[in-house]
Design a protein around this ligand. Structure first.
Ligand code: TK8
Length: 347
């Protein structure tokens, strides 16, 4: 019932937004030759995290660069904390151009472009540096190009970061400790199956519902980088944190393809470069944040449990059957290509 109501409300909202968006673009339509000179355009940009998070600071940087370089002919309106919807809803908003920018984790993207799930392979990236090289290189670009078939334009990769487990039940130091834990996962089948394989009892859920679910005990735990755990105040409802580092989660900077295609070539270049530059800034802030916040989480009363290399190796072995199973679903070629790029970048 609740779900039906949510679906109905979302549909209504999309209709209303589409109606407004329609009017707006009529008034500001391009000249038909791809040139948008002299017209003011508005980018509605939304993210899931709050305004304290490096993701939002990065978005403000994008706004600053775009507005400056286009002399204000492109305005960027920013929305945080899922004000425009959860990741999946916002991606759908882009497809109908009722919203122009979103920066989701790559995990829910797999529901649109299966190849994105390659980044959901546990323990794929050994370090942030290797992730940067693969994502910013040819392989990363190849995967971004797949978005065009979904009316989306991928402009750059940003960083969510290495994900760590928190819960309110017990200290987790080994595979055995996952047993029966009710863990929220992102809306992604590989994540769901990997946590099942570890013995947990996972539930996929939008990020916007997570805090309440933990507060009410619908789930025992979740996994996200320290920056998110701290800045979203998850320590208020979670007691334990372990440095599982089980997945490196990229963000992907998406633009509505309809909107992008209607920009002049010059403005296309400006938004692309702004997304990349703001992304570098966001990655830097994010890395500083992730370094700092584990200590702050402990100061807020969370108990930290160290995962040894052996325990992490055991987790990796345990989920290997899931990885093997998904290889063909994701596409053998792309999986092999990413493994090769990781190896190359790790040298
Ligand atoms: C924010 C999400 C979030 C992600 C998740 O929109 O869902 O857990 O890590 O940060 O993209």
């Amino acid at each position: 019932m609740k779900r039906l109501l949510t679906v109905a409300l979302t549909a209504m909202l999309i209709l209303v937004l589409a109606a407004c968006g329609g009017k707006e673009s009529e008034g500001k339509s391009s000249n038909g030759d791809g040139s948008d000179a002299g017209e003011e355009k508005v980018i509605r940009a939304g993210i899931g995290l709050n305004d304290k998070h490096p993701q939002y600071k990065g978005l403000l940087k994008f706004k600053e660069i775009v507005e400056e370089k286009t002399d204000g002919s492109i305005k960027v309106e920013t929305f945080h904390s899922g004000q425009l919807g959860d990741d999946r809803t916002m991606i759908e908003n882009l497809q109908i151009n009722s919203q122009q920018v979103v920066i989701p984790s790559t995990a829910p993207m797999a529901n649109f472009v299966p190849e994105f799930s390659v980044f959901d392979i546990p323990f794929l990236f050994p370090s942030e540096d290797v992730a940067d090289q693969v994502l910013d290189g040819e392989t990363g670009q190849k995967i971004l190009d797949k978005l065009e078939g979904q009316d989306l334009k991928g402009l750059a990769y940003w960083e969510n970061g290495f994900r760590d487990l928190t819960n309110s039940e017990r200290a987790v130091s080994s595979v055995e400790d996952f047993k029966g834990l009710k863990i929220r996962t992102m809306e992604n089948d590989l994540h769901l199956d990997a946590f099942k394989e570890l013995g947990a009892n996972p539930t996929p859920m939008a990020f916007t519902e997570l805090f309440t679910a933990m507060q009410q005990g619908t789930v025992d735990g979740q996994e996200n980088p320290y920056a998110t755990i701290y800045l979203q105040k998850f320590y208020e409802v979670q007691d334990h944190v372990s440095n599982t580092h089980h997945i490196y989660s990229p963000f992907v900077f998406l633009m509505s393809k309809t909107f992008f295609d209607n920009l002049s070539e010059e403005n296309q270049k400006i938004v692309k470069e702004a997304a990349e530059e703001a992304g570098k800034y966001e990655r830097k802030l994010n890395r500083e944040a992730n370094e700092k916040y584990l200590k702050d989480l402990q100061e807020e009363g969370m108990e930290f449990t160290e995962i040894t290399d052996e325990a992490r190796e055991e987790m990796k072995k345990k989920v290997q059957p899931v990885v093997d199973e998904y290889k063909s679903k994701i596409g053998e070629d792309i999986v092999d290509e990413v493994y090769k790029a990781v190896k190359e970048a790790s040298k």
